[in-house]
Design a protein around this ligand. Structure first.
Ligand SMILES: [Zn+2]
Length: 358
């Protein structure tokens, strides 16, 4: 972008209140600029929009599942102008203790190191995908993506990368392992695709009554069991379908504390449980003895790894089924409706995932 030019941005000035603004962006000796093509709306974006996310400073430009083209190549950008890339949400300095320990939550940037959650008061102000331009921090991680994939479909690289990290990398999934996924949202469906691609022997997925269309899609994506947890007895159904307990359970539910108990209860002795969903910072009564008695391994998951992104960019380019996973598209000016849709406020029928396209 030329110095002093402006970009249209949907600025979230307070929860549930966007203003359509123009932000003047200046060139920078260190970073670059992305011309945004499409931005997926994640569960984290919905939390920011509702005011439920922690340590958020408004105003800001939301959107952390970003796809676009290099508009200005900063000194650290390894791609030419015009190259299509996905931008990893987490900006990591690479040198702080957390980065050295390979954790997602770099401490060099407060209050958040994730695109879509950085206050616009931080120069140059455009830190989210709901704007025509997004700043490419010198520490941003970019992955080149083929031009063949429609932009809205390309946003699914982000959930898909998380699915690979959570269902394959963190539980060290082996061929033939049996996996149960709690929650059929975009990241739950991504866990299913990744686990199957990695050779899982059996993959089941659970949802609620309003998830019917997502559970139907899970079946068409190859789920061995897709089940409404509100209507059916999970333990009984899984025992009937699988004949044993799953080796791995991944909690990808939306803000459901009960899912932790379900995961610990249903996994086999010696199994692995991946917790990838927060519970709104609420305290709840917790019986740890089951972890000891069943000799379980528990891991908490935040975001996707570089390996997850590499796998996902390749998968999106080669797996035509991903086209069905982005069900709703909105233009930038209808960002409020996009957030409402992703939150389920416009109804859950046929809702899989939502993207804003430019
Ligand atoms: Zn760091």
């Amino acid at each position: 972008m030329e110095s002093g030019t402006t970009a249209r941005a949907m600025m979230l000035v307070e929860p549930r209140h966007f203003t359509d603004t123009k932000v003047t962006a200046r060139d920078d000796d260190e970073g670059g600029w992305l011309a945004v093509e499409a931005t997926g709306i994640s569960g984290a974006d919905v939390q920011v929009w509702k005011g439920d996310a922690r340590e958020i400073v408004y105003p800001l430009v939301p959107g952390n599942e970003v796809v676009g083209r290099i508009a200005v190549k900063g000194p650290n950008v390894p791609f030419d102008v015009g190259t299509r890339v996905v931008v990893e949400p987490r900006i990591r300095c690479g040198t702080c203790r957390r980065c050295v320990q390979n954790l997602a939550t770099c401490r060099s940037r407060r209050p958040s190191n994730s695109y879509g959650m950085i206050p616009s008061i931080e120069p140059p102000g455009l830190w989210g995908g709901l704007a025509e331009r997004m700043y490419l921090d010198p520490n941003a991680h970019l992955h080149e993506l083929t031009d063949d994939v429609p932009a809205e479909v390309a946003t699914f690289v982000h959930p898909l990368a998380s699915g690979h990290t959570w269902a394959v990398e963190l539980p060290a999934l082996k061929k033939g392992d049996n996996v149960l996924i709690l929650g059929p949202g975009p990241r739950g469906l991504a866990c299913l695709i990744a686990a199957k691609a990695a050779g899982a022997g059996w993959v089941g997925i659970t949802g609620l009554s309003h998830d019917r269309d997502r559970l139907d899609l899970a079946t068409s994506l190859g789920a061995d069991l897709a089940i409404n947890a509100e209507e059916r007895d999970l333990a009984g159904e899984i025992a009937g379908a699988l004949g044993q307990r799953p080796d791995v359970v991944v909690d990808v539910t939306a803000d459901d504390p009960e899912a932790v108990f379900t995961a610990l209860d249903l996994v086999r002795s010696g199994g692995r449980v991946i917790l990838a969903s927060t519970k709104g910072n609420r305290a709840f009564h917790f019986l740890s003895d089951v972890i000891v008695a069943k000799q379980l391994t528990l891991k908490g998951a935040v975001g996707a790894t570089n390996v997850g992104y590499q796998w996902a960019t390749n998968q999106v380019a080669t797996d035509p089924r991903i086209d069905n996973l982005v069900s709703h598209q909105f233009p930038l000016t209808e960002s409020s409706r996009a957030l409402q849709a992703a939150a389920g406020d416009l109804g859950r029928e046929e809702l899989i995932s939502v993207a804003v396209t430019f």
